[in-house]
Design a binder for this molecule. Sequence first.
Ligand code: MLT
Length: 316
Amino acid sequence: MSKPFIVVCDGMDKSVFEDLKAQDGLEVHPKAKLTQEEIKELLPKINGLVIRSATKPNKEFIDQAPNLKYIIRAGEGTDNIDKAYCQEKGIKVSNTPGANNNSAAEHAMALIMTVLRKTAQANSSMKSGKWEKSQFTGNELWKKTVGIMGFGRIGQILCKRLQGFEPNVLFFDPGVKESPFPYAKKVETLEELFSQSDIVSIHTPLLEATKGVVNSELMSKMKPDAILVNAARGKIVNEDDLYTTLKEGKIKGAGFDVFANEPLEENSKLTELENIVLTPHLGGSTEEAQFRVGEMAAAQMVDFFVNDKLHNEVKA
Ligand code: MLT
């Protein structure tokens, strides 16, 4: 009997990938990162897929993969997978919950500090031979009010990591009944969160209920010198409204790691703005997180095909 054919599409920690390839019960494609054209060619014979955010198993993709049984999203968010269609076709979907959460929270932290202290702009200025000290006066984080939108695993890690700065932490999350920490206060509405915070950091998943909720109306409630950070999902924020809010100086700045369309279009209006710092979806991109995510994905793949066990299933 032929072994299940596994393709790792969007990259994986090298040592974990070598271990996966050495597995007796599986046939693993020799490359850990493939172009979308290469993936397309392999689709008819794939049984198991490991993806990150670049590969998007939508209806058209799935229809070309009649032997696909299992997709693992090596990471947290599964919004790039048409889970309802997978369910219809009997394809199981899992993620690797928690494995990259610390990295995502630390990246939000990095964006907060970068925006407050203008270090990214100062770095570009210095590398163009300038010394524009007076242009880069920043703000402290110490004792500021930080509003965390979404208080799941990542939001809570951010809250803990922030503590050295002695902030007031507010959070909004209808799914969390009581604050798990004495130093974080739950607010009942997004309007309260946005109007009372000096820094708002977004950490909700992308769901129908969260799509586009951060729009001009909500951002208009923010303090004029507040900053907005998004290391969750781009589509939670209306990007046209964000552009106008920043362009008109209605808030002080923003740090964004995620975008409605990724990769961000080369001519995106956001790149024209001085008061936003942009990073290319780096939240989970640390060596440590890649290792943990890869290890978990590989173990889940082996368990599914060799031991008939399904872990961390995500349903539509
Ligand atoms: C995730 O959903 O796991 C994060 O956004 C990180 C990533 O996609 O690499």
